[in-house]
Ligand binder design. Structure first.
Ligand code: CAA
Length: 261
């Protein structure tokens, strides 16, 4: 499929989705969201793809939020549809069969922080800035910010960020657990790809089982989460990669995972 507002590149089993509206600091309008949703479907159908990276084009912004021009024209009902449709795309990111890393290369504000949080983890460049500035527009986060932020960094930081609308640096975001690693800007993609290649070398069924068990288990109590893990553990055993990994260890050689689903 052809995309107008995102770029999709697939190389060495790694799909890179770049939001490509640099003049609007990669703000998310309905078309961008639709294209991200379509790209997710495309890569999930492609057996070559083992892992994905989400980033923004240019060196200034990852995503500076939902498109304010679009929202300014919306009625309450339209804003509800925009929020609900955006949330579906973020759920599709979170529930994608493959791991997705956010490579945050600049401003990640409002919908930018929100879409980064729907990825499996976040790497950031030193110049990145995070925040939920919706309060400054008289509105509130609409792509899951009040929910995922509290789950990721705790209620205290979620309240402070959403109530003040303040921006925090990549380093501060790392200190509160929003970001895993921070790199100089010119190293961000190289380092993200390095981690992506490492993940891509693993067994696909096990990757999927880990991703889903962490995500789904987080929302239930420990005993039920562990019960999910028991089932996922058994399912991972059905893959040929599990047999290969266990056998390779015993034969003292490197496993060759085929990535069968
Ligand atoms: N929507 C639409 N356009 C945006 C945008 C956004 N979220 N953010 C930036 N732009 C546009 C600007 O309007 C400007 O366009 P023009 O050149 O045509 O005037 C261009 O991008 C460059 O932006 P600035 O001139 O403002 O750049 P700056 O360096 O002075 O400031 C910034 C950068 C601090 C990120 C500033 O642009 C800004 O505050 N942007 C808005 C951030 C924001 O409030 N995001 C939350 C949106 S609401 C939301 O996301 C709701 C939700 O949860 C679903």
């Amino acid at each position: 499929m052809a995309y107008d507002l995102i770029l999709l590149e697939i190389e060495e089993g790694i799909a890179t989705i770049s939001v490509n509206r640099p003049k609007a600091l990669n703000a998310l309008n309905p078309q961008v969201m639709e294209e991200i949703g379509a790209a997710l479907k495309e890569i999930s159908r492609n057996p070559e793809v083992r892992v994905a990276i989400l980033t923004g084009t240019g060196d200034k912004a990852f995503v500076a939020g939902a498109d304010i021009g679009t929202m300014a024209k919306q009625t309450a009902l339209e804003s509800k549809r925009f929020s609900a449709a955006g949330q579906e795309v973020l759920f599709a990111m979170e529930n994608a069969e493959i791991p997705i890393i956010a490579a945050v290369n600049g401003f990640a504000l409002g919908g930018g922080t929100e879409i980064a949080m729907s990825c499996d983890f976040i790497y950031a460049s030193e110049n990145a800035k995070f925040g939920q500035p919706e309060i400054n527009l008289g509105i509130i986060p609409g792509f899951g910010g009040t929910q995922r932020l509290a789950r990721l960094v705790g209620k205290g930081w979620a309240r402070e960020l959403c109530l003040t609308g303040a921006m925090i640096s990549a380093q501060e975001a790392k200190e509160i657990g929003l970001v895993n690693k921070v790199f100089p800007q010119d190293k961000l993609m190289e380092e993200t790809r390095k981690t992506a290649r490492l993940i891509a070398s693993k067994g696909r069924a096990a990757l999927r089982a880990i991703k889903h068990t962490i995500n789904r288990g987080y929302d239930v109590d420990l005993r039920n989460g562990c019960a999910m893990e028991v089932d996922a553990f058994a399912i991972a055993f059905t893959s040929s990669d599990a047999q290969e990994g266990l056998t390779a260890f015993l034969e003292k050689r490197k496993p060759e995972f085929k990535g069968e689903i």
